[in-house]
Design a protein around this ligand. Structure first.
Ligand code: COI
Length: 348
């Protein structure tokens, strides 16, 4: 789609080809200089390792046009560090943090015309990814990798937008277990989640809420976001101890909540306690946090056939305040008091 034909205010979450992508290749034990390329296609050998054993991981970020006409992104160093952690777990070479941040700035600046205008509610989604491209059939770490960053103008992740969604608490399948890759952003985690997600969608739920993989007792995260529960004034969320993605939006919301005086408990939270809180009228708000999802209100949970209805089915005040503060900083509507906003120079 050419940028002239983009209906900025009605974008969903999907792929739209932009003019440039950043590509860097790893061989002989090092990353090459890397740079911008115009070809949107990657040619790979039919036996490239990534097709067989999934040695690959990715990140998700966004760039925004601010009120006063600057292009900015949000805490790119956090994504860079998380990608290095994912890579380490998958026995892949880390992509240097500074190089990552510079690459993000380069590719966003080069695609400046695709950053949705201020006021449309849309942003430029940035998808860094890295994968193994040795040719071989043995299960070993590859010696060659490709690191790419692609971009796509995008709107809300959920069709519901900021309207609260319904979530299915998954009681059969699991997403992660101690020692596995739950804390990484590897494609395999998402591949393993698709079946449960589709089954939930067929029943009218936006996504599934995963429980811990050992006892299926404690809440972990939702398909594409972390999740928080406001119960009797306190906010609870799963600790990121190996099975949960350490979300950048999650961490930022926790900081904001603490600044505002809320007690935030990061720990083991039993789904049974959440359902009991709902029965007692103490489950005040539930919301997801994520780059794509931003801050997404949840209006209903279903677990083993029991339904928990949250608040009056509308977005709650704390959820709204978090959404307004996060997007306010990102769109330059309110000052960035936290040092989270990183400008992108339009020089490339
Ligand atoms: C993001 O929030 O950026 C993600 O990567 C989640 C994705 C699975 C849509």
């Amino acid at each position: 789609m050419s940028k002239q034909n983009i209906d900025w205010s009605n974008l969903g979450f999907g792929y739209i080809k932009t003019d440039y992508r950043y590509v860097c290749r790893y061989k002989d034990g090092q990353w090459d200089e890397g740079g911008l390329e115009t070809d949107a296609n990657i040619t790979l050998n039919e036996c490239a390792c990534v097709f067989q054993y999934c040695q690959a991981c990715f990140e998700g970020m966004k760039a925004y046009y601010t009120k006063d006409g600057h292009i900015v992104c949000f805490r790119p160093d956090m994504n860079a560090k998380r990608m290095a952690d994912s890579a380490a777990r998958l026995e892949m070479p880390p992509f240097p943090v500074d190089k990552f941040v510079d690459a993000v700035k380069q590719v966003v600046a080069a695609n400046a015309d695709f950053v949705p205008p201020y006021g449309t509610g849309a942003s430029l989604y940035i998808r860094p990814f890295v994968f193994a491209n040795d040719v071989g059939l043995g299960v070993h770490a590859s010696k060659h990798y490709l690191f790419c960053i692609i971009c796509a103008p995008s709107g809300a992740y959920y069709a519901e937008g900021l309207d609260p969604v319904r979530i299915y608490v998954e009681d059969e399948y699991i997403r992660a277990a101690p020692g596995l890759t739950g804390f990484t952003k590897c494609g395999g985690n998402y591949a393993a989640s698709i079946k449960a997600g589709e089954l939930a969608e067929e029943q009218g739920y936006a996504q599934v809420l995963w429980l811990d993989g050992v006892e299926k007792k404690y809440v972990e995260e939702v398909g594409s976001m972390n999740i928080m529960f406001k119960i009797d004034g306190k906010v609870y969320t799963a600790a990121t101890v190996g099975t949960v993605l350490p979300g950048v939006t999650r961490r930022s919301c926790i900081e904001l909540l603490k600044d505002w005086g809320y007690e935030v408990v990061e720990g083991k939270i039993a789904i049974a306690d959440i359902m009991a809180a709902a029965r007692e009228g103490k489950l005040e708000e539930v919301f997801g946090t994520g780059t794509a999802a931003v801050v997404s209100p949840v209006k209903e949970l279903v677990w083993k056939g029991e339904h928990a209805y949250i608040g009056d089915g509308k977005i709650g005040p704390v959820t709204q305040k978090l959404y307004d503060t996060m997007t306010g900083m990102q769109w330059g509507k309110i000052p960035d008091t936290k040092g989270w906003i990183v400008p992108v120079e339009k020089k490339y």
